[in-house]
Design a protein around this ligand. Structure first.
Ligand SMILES: [Zn+2]
Length: 459
């Protein structure tokens, strides 16, 4: 008897926690945190308690599923869910986005976690540059690559690379005793490595899976995301930057290596240098040993520079201190004085949480600000309001250029057509009911915590 239980990611974008059971073998596909999970009950300094109170507050507001045998003893100590040794064999992480991996810290440290080698490098960099604020638990992290076959009890998991807005992203083919089950993770066809997604789709369709767990971020009556490819982002940015004689500030998610490469190329083509933060430089350094990833090295690339902040507590920020010590010794390392004096020669990556650097940089009026991430979907987005206040204060020329990390609705439906699974289980979507429009297949709407039997046991 094989079954799939969606504990997180049913009727919501993100927070995937998908349990797959085959006889006595039980694995989780992803273990993420839903976006906005805490927003109804916590704000600013009012946050859930950590340590031994860890899950007490989450359980009280029903923010986490109460599952026996999955959580770590430390986090259960002060809850009414009794700790029992792990009843799950493994957790497989499709990619290192927050909404697929952030709850690993709550999972029992004795449950091994499988993830791509590149994803593991990103995990290590993220842990280090967050100064201990971001934790993924004390698990044994076991790396895989495309072509790996991982046997766990009665099942075998085959990870296959896909293109998404972070490197080290995978879909899975899970071979069970009743046939194959495909899980898309997050994927897109319009990115620079759409061929990798094609590899996954081809492999999945050759297996004629009994079920496919499929993402549907953009499955919606009205898709607010502009249909741009990564190449389009480069073109638009190049037009904007080449017609400006001021500083060009670009804002995007720092784990998107494709976007880093795109802006590096725009800088090169417009005769500028692309300045990245020490945090981004740290991640790129971790990815240098990975021959499968074309990650630029900002300390060697002639079109890149690394920016160090002026900080009161530099000794505590080791990853930044390493670069700060090279200031004035290595021409690749610059600070706000340099950027202020060379504005027209630079493109600068600015993270939302490092906007204060603009106070030191003093960008001239009408400097470019290119937002290269999704536009906010909610009108009361407080971060957006704050960002617009900064943009107005400095008189910046605000523009948008972004390619989504997700396939469009029609692409998702064509993927399903090609894979032709026995049943589709939509996840990571606010509109699972729209999957009924995909004519060639039967979809089952997951409800949080309800097991869906697949294969021979299916109804
Ligand atoms: Zn993702």
């Amino acid at each position: 008897m094989v079954s799939i239980t969606v504990h997180g990611g049913a009727g919501q974008i993100g927070g995937n926690k998908i349990l797959l059971e085959d006889r006595d073998t039980r694995i989780f596909l992803d273990f993420g945190e839903p976006f906005g999970l805490l927003d109804d009950y916590f704000v600013d300094f009012l946050s859930p308690r950590e340590g031994r109170f860890g899950l007490r507050d989450y359980f009280h507001f029903k923010l986490m599923p109460r599952i026996k045998g999955v959580y770590d003893e430390e986090y259960l100590e002060d809850t009414d869910l009794t700790y029992v040794p792990p009843e799950f064999d493994a957790i497989f992480i499709s990619h290192m986005h927050f909404d697929h991996s952030m709850h690993l810290r709550f999972a029992d440290r004795n449950i091994p976690v499988y993830l791509g080698a590149t994803a593991n490098a990103i995990r290590r960099s993220w842990t280090e540059t967050s100064l201990g604020k971001v934790k993924f638990g004390e698990h044994e992290f076991r790396e895989f690559r495309t072509g790996s076959k991982i046997k766990v009890g009665s099942i075998e998991v085959e990870p296959i690379h896909v293109d998404h807005s972070t490197p080290g992203a995978y879909g899975f083919i899970v071979h069970t005793s009743e046939g194959a089950i495909a899980y898309t993770g997050d994927l897109r066809l319009h990115g620079p490595r759409g061929d990798m997604t094609e590899d996954f789709v081809a492999r999945a369709s050759s297996e004629r899976p009994i079920a496919m767990i499929c993402e549907g971020t953009r499955v919606s009556e009205s898709d607010p995301r502009e249909n741009m490819s990564e190449v389009d982002v480069g073109k638009r940015a190049r037009e904007l930057v080449s017609s400006s004689d001021k500083l060009a500030i670009v804002s995007f998610y720092p784990k998107d290596v494709d976007r880093i490469r795109t802006f590096r190329d725009v800088a090169k083509a417009t005769g500028r240098k692309f300045v990245v933060s020490a945090k981004v430089a740290h991640m790129l350094k971790m990815l240098q040993d990975d021959e499968h990833i074309d990650a630029p090295d900002p300390m060697r690339d002639s079109s890149m520079l690394v920016y160090v902040r002026r900080m009161a507590n530099m000794d505590r920020v080791k990853y930044e201190k390493v670069y700060a010590e090279l200031l004035e010794k290595d021409a690749h390392v610059v600070d706000s004085d340099y950027v202020r004096k060379h504005q027209a020669e630079l493109m600068m990556h600015t993270d939302f949480f490092q906007l204060t650097e603009l106070i030191d940089i003093q960008p001239k009026r009408d400097s470019l600000f290119i937002r290269s991430k999704s536009e906010p979907f909610e009108e009361d987005d407080i971060q957006e309001e704050v960002l617009q206040n900064w943009v107005n204060w400095f008189g910046l020329d605000f523009r948008q250029a972004h390619a989504s990390g997700h396939a469009s609705m029609s692409e998702i439906f064509s993927i399903i057509d090609r894979v032709s699974p026995g049943v589709v289980i939509p996840v990571h979507t606010e509109h699972p009911e729209l999957f009924a429009r995909c004519k060639s297949c039967r979809s089952v709407l997951p409800r949080p915590g309800n097991a869906i039997p697949v294969g021979k046991g299916a109804v």
